[in-house]
Structure formats: C-alpha cells, structure tokens
Design a binder for this molecule. Structure first.
Ligand code: NAD
Ligand code: DAU
Length: 339
C-alpha cells in the first residue's frame, strides 16, 4: 500500500452520469474535507438532477467537454486529482455509431492526461472489465490484472485504448496515475438504456421486458456504492502505475437477473420477449478482485443481490419523473434495432 494520498480538491469528470454521480454523493457524504468540481458535458446520459441536494460549498458544476483543452487548462490548476468517469458507456450505442466513443473515450482521455501532465495532477482512470474480452460459460477462470487485453465491441476497444494511454503517460511522463477496471454496476440513477433499469421501467410502463439471444450471458454485478468505495480506496491508497480490478463476486446469467426482477415485481417467469442478440455479444465476465481486497483492504458492503435489486426497483418506482422523459426515445431506438 502506498502512503495515503489526501486530496482536498478533486475534479470528477462525468459526475452527472450514473456511476459518477453516485461517487460524488459518496464523497460528499463520507469525506467532509473534500471539494468536488464536476466536469460534465450533459450528453443524453448526464442529468443535473443526479446531483440534487449537494451543498454549494461542497461542489461546483461545470458544463463542458473533456476534449476541450482550453477549459481543462482553467480547471486543473486548483485540483489535486482528477477522477475520470466521463465516457460514452453503452455497447449497443457504440455498435450503432462508434464515432462519439472514439472522440470522448480516446481523445477525451488524452486531453485529460495532457492536462494532468502539465499540472502534476494525480489521475484516477475509471475503466471496465470489458477490456479483457469474454470468458466461456464453463471456464472456471476469472479476469485478473494479468489477463491480456482482448476487447470485443467499439465501446470496449475505446476503453482499452484509453487504459493504454494512461499506462503510457505514467511510464513515459511520470503522471501519477492509477486504473480501476470494474464489472457491471447496478443501483439508482442508471440510464434506462441499460439492462436492469430497462427491464424495471418496461414493467412499470406496461411493456414486456426484452432478453437478448439465449439469455445465458453472464455479468458480474456490483452495487454502484461498492464501486465508489473501491475508487476512493484506489485513489487514496493505490500505487501509481498500478491497475486494480473491482468486483464483488456477483456472477449471474441475464435470464436469472430478469426472472429475479419479474418475481420481485409480481410477474410470471416467462412474461418477457426474446429479441435479436447483440452483434459480437460477450458471453461472460468474471472478476477476481483479490488484489484490491488484499493490498488495499477493500470489502463490498452490498453482498445481498436480492436486497440491492429490490432497493433499485423501489428507486425506479419512486422516481418515475426522473426516467420517463428518456424512456420513449430509448425504446424507439431499440425497436428500430429489433431489440
Ligand atoms: P453514463 O453513460 O451513465 O455517464 C457518462 C457521463 O459522462 C454522463 O454524465 C455524460 O454526460 C458524461 N460525458 C459523456 N461524454 C462527455 C464528454 N465528452 N465530456 C464531458 N462529459 C461527458 O456512464 P456510467 O455507466 O456512469 O459509466 C461511467 C464510467 O464507468 C465510464 O467510464 C464507464 O466506462 C465506466 N464503467 C461503467 C460500468 C457500468 O456498469 N455502467 C462498469 C465499469 C466501468
Ligand atoms: O462490464 C462492465 C460494463 O457493463 C460497462 O463497461 C458498460 O459501460 C456497461 O454498460 C455494462 O455493459 P454491458 O453491455 O454488460 O451492459 P448492458 O446493461 O448493456 O447489458 C447487460 C447484459 O444484458 C448484456 O449481456 C446484454 C443484455 N441485455 C441488455 C439489454 C439492454 C438484454 O438481454 N436485454 C436488454 O434489453
């Protein structure tokens, strides 16, 4: 474990999105001496309501693009660290139109690294387990920090590219950077395009849930609050130059997750439609997070998936106005793709 890094002022890119906003709330609630500057472009996935209730003296919000080097030049001088969540994050969108993924995920990360290099700013890069490709359903292996990169989709290949930039900027220019690669997050404020919120809000809207392919694909679910605590552990106690995998032993097939949602919402186990599979659909993700647990002492707090799912369903039931606006356009996009 490195000597503890104690930032007083951090820039959080993508802080108005799902995981970024949960992280900002986590920091404001648990790290009293830390000021947050959220830098977010407010794309279709960003929502200022996600930051409601945060006191003005704890957070500034800046609407802007991480590709804007001039803007970064204004924000970096007063920050001790940048925690970089901003990205185009949805695989299906990347298949339909990869261009914004290359721009934000690759060029945006490059611009942030250059700003960190100029200002000597600590850098924590949020990445995904998808950079490692996929595993077979019957393979006992899980991803570790040593697994070779083998991304499948336009989204995951741009995330892999951004990870490689971070590694190079650390080795070549000495930028004090860490990387975390996390598995699938769930919890409040996730966009309705993603699997779990899509199915919950379909049921709440009287639309049948949609399952891709044969439904046997496996994802390794982690509650987003546990991702937040892991990111804080890596930012403050991680070793620059190191990568840490984040996961909470939550492997589940899509059909099992969907049936858990159906049961929790009082529907029958077959009350859903099978739809066209995602091209290049990764079969299984599985994370071995023992380095994070062993070296940084991290433990997940949300170990009961049924309870986390039931809280998430309750959140969407109680916050219809938060998701209703995006629902129609999202479903129209899926319908056009046969999904
Ligand atoms: P999200 O799509 O909900 O939010 C992304 C945020 O980034 C939005 O607020 C959006 O407005 C902002 N943004 C997009 N382009 C921008 C730009 N050019 N400049 C500034 N802001 C911009 O994404 P998420 O699911 O919260 O994912 C956040 C990060 O975590 C991403 O880097 C993603 O790759 C990573 N990740 C996600 C998961 C998951 O399960 N969702 C798992 C592991 C890693
Ligand atoms: O593993 C981490 C990744 O998890 C993150 O890097 C991504 O940003 C995040 O979006 C997520 O990617 P996935 O592609 O795994 O998540 P998604 O919610 O899109 O889909 C989860 C699984 O559910 C996947 O196997 C596809 C399937 N699916 C998805 C949708 C939207 C369905 O069967 N039906 C659906 O309607």
């Amino acid at each position: 474990m490195a000597e503890e890094f104690k930032p007083k002022s951090i820039i959080v890119t993508g802080g108005a999105g799902f995981i970024g906003s949960n992280f900002v709330h986590w920091v404001v609630d648990r790290q009293p001496g830390v000021h947050v500057t959220v830098l977010d472009k407010l794309t279709y996935a960003g929502n200022l309501d996600n930051l409601a209730g945060i006191p003005d003296d704890r957070m500034d919000f800046v609407r802007g693009d991480i590709c804007d080097a001039g803007l970064l030049e204004k924000l970096f001088p007063t920050a001790d660290a940048v925690v970089h969540f901003a990205a185009e994050s949805h695989n299906d969108n990347s298949i339909a139109d990869p261009e914004p993924f290359v721009r934000t995920n690759v060029e945006g990360t490059y611009q942030l690294l250059e700003a960190a290099r100029r200002h000597g700013t600590r850098f924590h890069h949020i990445s995904t387990d998808e950079v490692y490709g996929d595993l077979a359903l019957d393979d006992p292996a899980r991803f570790t920090e040593e697994t070779p990169y083998r991304p499948s989709s336009p989204y995951s290949s741009t995330k892999a590219s951004s990870d490689l930039l971070v590694r190079a900027w650390h080795r070549t220019y000495g930028v004090a950077a860490t990387i975390s690669n996390c598995s699938n997050n769930y919890g409040p404020r996730q966009h309705v395009e993603k699997f779990i919120p899509r199915q919950i809000t379909n049921i709440l809207s009287g639309i049948r849930p949609k399952l891709y392919g044969d439904g046997k694909n496996v994802r390794d679910w982690i509650h987003t609050e546990d991702h937040s605590s892991a990111v804080w552990a890596v930012l403050t106690r991680g070793v620059p130059g190191e990568t840490y995998l984040v996961g909470a032993d939550g492997e589940r097939s899509n059909i099992d997750v969907l049936r858990a949602i159906l049961a929790a919402m009082g529907r029958g186990p077959d009350d859903f439609d099978w739809v066209r599979d995602r091209p290049g659909h990764d079969r299984r993700y599985a994370i071995d997070a023992s380095k994070l647990r062993r070296e940084l002492g991290w433990e997940p707090a949300h170990t009961d998936f049924a309870e986390g799912l039931s809280d998430t369903i309750a959140w969407y039931r109680d916050n219809v106005e938060w998701w209703q606006g995006a629902k129609e356009a999202t479903e129209a996009k899926y319908a056009a793709q046969g999904q």
